[in-house]
Design a protein around this ligand. Structure first.
Ligand SMILES: [Zn+2]
Ligand SMILES: [Zn+2]
Length: 546
C-alpha cells in the first residue's frame, strides 16, 4: 500500500504561524517549511514558539523544502536541524541566502546540504517525490509554490502568495504554469487561507511605494519605517524615496541588518554604500536628512521600535515633527502591543502612520477573488485549506465549494491530522500527537539567537521566580523563589543584589514600564546565572506596582 500519500501538518492549521507540513509515502518523507510563531503576551518570558518535532524524531527525513523566507516558514529550521537529521534543504536563491546566514549564526552551516531551487529549471526528484517550483508573488521576493508529484497523486502546495500583477521585482505569480498544472490534473490543493474571509483582491506591493513617495518628501523631521525584517521590497521602496529626498538610511535591528546584507550581496536590494550610515552617526545628521528602517512592527518587546517608543534605545529617539510609518499589520495576538507602541510614539510627539490611516501596508496574501482564480486555474479534485485560523480555513472551504469542489473532498484539518490521498480521494485517516515547543531567550538587543534555548529543559535546569515591588520612585529588595535550582545561598544573595541593581538603574532612567522591567530582569539574572553555573533555569520576573 505504498500508493497512499499522507499529509500531516505539524503547524499552521487553526493558527497563523509555525507552518510545517510533512508529506509521506511509504517510509519516505519530506517536510515543507519549518516555521515559528510569535509568542502572545500570556507566554511570559518566551521568545519563540516552535512546532513539536517529536513526530519526526524516529523517522528519517529526506529533505526540507522551503517556500519562502518568512519566519513563520523558516524560523524553526535551526531548532529542527538540532533534533532531526535532514540531509538536504531546498529553496530558491534568496530564501537560501537568508536561511544560510541564519544557520551560520547558530553554527549549523554544515548540518544540512543547502541546495538551490530554480523555478525556471525542471523538476527535482527527492525519492518518490518529484517537485516543481512555481513562482508565486508575495511580500518577500523569490517565493514559490510546490507541485508535488507522487504515485498516489499530484499535489499543489501554494506557500504564501497573492496575484500581484506589478510586483517590485517584476516576478509575477506564474499564472501560465498554474494553468498548465491544472491541465495535467491536480488531485489535492493545499492553499494559503490567511485572507480567505476578505472579499476582492489584495493590492499590489507597489501601492506602498507610491504612499512612501507621497508621505516622505513632505516631512520635516526624522522618518522611521518599521516592517518585518524580511520585507525586502519594503526596504527597497523606502530606500528609493530616501535617495530621491537626500535622506541617509540607517538600518536598525539585528535581523533587519542581517537580511539587508544578504539581500544586497545577492542583488535583491540596490543601495549605494554612501547612502547607508550607522546609528552612531545619526548625531551628526539633521533629523530631516534621516530615514530609519527598523524592526518592531509587531510591537515585540525587545525590538528597535518598541525600545524607541519607550525612550530605551541607545541611538535613536523620536520627538515632535518626526514621522513613524508602521508598514505591517499586527499578526493576530500582537494588536495590543502594537497599539501600545503607537500610543507611546504619539505621546513622544511623532505622527504615526499605519495601515488604518494611510496606504503604508498591503497584505502578501491572496483574498477571496484571487483564491477563486487559483481554484479555477488548478481545478483541484480535493482541497485542504492551510495557513490560517479555523474561520479562515472555513471561508476558504466555502470558496472551494463555490468553485465546484464537492464538500466530501474538502478537508478542514487540524495540526496532527493524518490526511490521506489515494486513488479513492482524500480522507482524515488518523491523528498524531503534536504539541508546541517554547523557546526562552537570554540576552537583550544584539545578543545572537545562539543563546536561545529550549524551554523544555526547564525540568532539568529548574525555575526561578523574581518578585519585585515598586512604589513611587523606589523598589523593594527582590524576593527569589526557586524550584529545582540554586540552593547556594551566596549565589542567591548575588542574584538578589543584581535584581535590585537592575530595577534601580531602570527607575533612575525613568523606565517604569512593567514589561520592560521584567525583560531586563529576565535577561540580567539569566546572564548572571549562566555565567556562574552554566545553567539556564526558566526565569519568571514579576514586577508589582503599588
Ligand atoms: Zn509569508
Ligand atoms: Zn506565512
Amino acid at each position: 500500500m505504498a500508493d497512499v500519500l499522507r499529509v500531516i501538518a505539524l503547524g499552521g492549521l487553526g493558527e497563523v504561524g509555525k507552518n510545517m507540513t510533512v508529506y509521506e509515502l511509504g517510509d519516505e518523507r519530506i517536510v515543507v517549511d519549518a516555521g515559528m510563531s510569535f509568542p502572545r503576551d500570556e507566554h511570559l518570558g518566551v521568545d519563540l514558539i516552535l512546532p513539536d518535532f517529536g513526530y519526526l524524531r524516529d523517522s528519517p527525513v529526506r529533505a526540507v523544502v522551503l517556500t519562502h523566507a518568512h519566519e513563520d516558514h523558516v524560523g524553526a529550521l535551526p531548532y529542527l536541524l538540532r533534533e532531526v537529521k535532514v540531509p538536504e534543504i531546498w529553496a530558491t536563491r534568496l530564501t537560501l541566502g537568508l536561511v544560510k546566514s541564519k544557520l551560520d549564526e547558530h553554527g549549523l552551516l554544515r548540518a544540512a546540504e543547502l541546495r538551490e531551487a530554480d523555478p525556471d529549471a525542471g523538476a527535482i526528484d527527492l525519492g518518490p517525490f518529484r517537485i516543481e517550483f512555481i513562482r508565486m508573488a508575495h511580500s518577500v521576493p523569490d517565493a514559490v509554490g510546490l507541485a508535488i508529484e507522487t504515485s498516489a497523486g499530484r499535489v499543489f502546495h501554494t506557500g504564501d502568495w497573492k496575484l500581484d500583477h506589478t510586483p517590485i521585482d517584476g516576478l509575477k505569480t506564474d499564472v501560465g504554469r498554474l494553468a498548465e498544472l491544472g491541465n495535467r490534473g491536480v488531485d489535492l490543493l493545499l492553499a494559503d487561507s490567511t485572507n480567505a474571509e476578505r472579499p476582492g483582491f489584495t493590492r499590489s506591493e507597489r501601492v506602498v511605494g507610491e504612499a512612501f513617495r507621497q508621505i516622505i518628501p513632505a516631512r520635516g523631521g526624522r522618518v522611521l519605517v518599521s516592517s518585518f525584517a524580511s520585507n525586502i521590497h519594503r526596504m527597497q521602496q523606502a530606500i528609493d524615496v530616501a535617495v530621491d529626498t537626500r535622506r541617509k538610511v540607517v538600518v536598525v535591528g539585528r535581523s533587519m541588518r542581517r537580511n539587508m546584507n544578504v539581500a544586497r550581496n545577492l542583488g535583491y536590494v540596490n543601495v549605494a554604500d554612501s547612502m547607508l550610515v550607522k546609528p552612531a552617526d545619526l548625531d551628526n545628521i539633521p533629523p530631516h536628512e534621516q530615514l530609519i528602517l527598523c524592526t518592531g512592527s509587531q510591537g515585540e518587546p525587545l525590538s528597535a521600535l518598541t525600545r524607541i517608543a519607550y525612550n530605551d534605545h541607545p541611538a535613536i529617539k523620536v520627538e515632535r515633527g518626526d514621522t513613524v510609518i508602521i508598514s505591517a499589520r499586527p499578526v493576530p495576538g500582537n494588536e495590543l502591543r502594537v497599539h501600545d507602541a503607537i500610543n507611546r510614539l504619539t505621546k513622544n510627539g511623532a505622527e504615526v502612520l499605519h495601515e488604518e490611516n494611510a496606504d503604508v501596508h498591503v497584505s502578501g496574501h491572496a483574498r477571496a477573488e484571487e483564491l477563486r482564480t487559483l481554484l479555477s486555474l488548478i481545478r483541484p479534485k480535493a482541497v485542504m485549506p492551510i495557513h490560517g485560523e479555523y474561520r479562515m480555513q472555513a471561508a476558504h472551504a466555502r470558496l472551494a465549494q463555490d468553485a465546484g469542489v464537492p464538500a466530501s473532498s474538502i478537508v478542514i484539518a487540524e495540526n496532527g491530522d493524518v490526511v490521506e490521498l489515494s486513488s479513492a480521494g482524500v480522507r482524515v485517516a488518523g491523528h498524531v500527537e503534536v504539541g508546541v515547543t517554547f523557546v526562552d531567550g537570554l540576552g537583550i538587543g544584539d545578543v545572537s539567537d545562539v543563546a536561545l534555548r529550549d524551554r523544555r529543559h526547564m525540568s532539568e535546569d529548574g525555575v526561578l521566580i523574581v518578585v519585585t515591588t515598586i512604589a513611587d520612585g523606589g523598589a523593594s529588595q527582590p524576593e527569589l523563589i526557586t524550584r529545582g535550582f540554586a540552593e547556594d545561598e551566596e549565589l542567591l544573595e548575588e542574584m538578589r543584589q543584581e535584581a535590585h541593581e537592575i530595577v534601580r538603574e531602570l527607575l533612575a532612567d525613568d523606565i517604569r514600564e512593567i514589561k520592560l522591567l521584567q525583560e531586563h530582569l529576565h535577561d540580567g539574572i539569566g546572564q548572571l546565572i549562566y555565567d556562574r553555573t552554566r545553567r539556564r533555569p526558566m526565569i519568571l520576573p514579576v514586577v508589582v506596582e503599588v
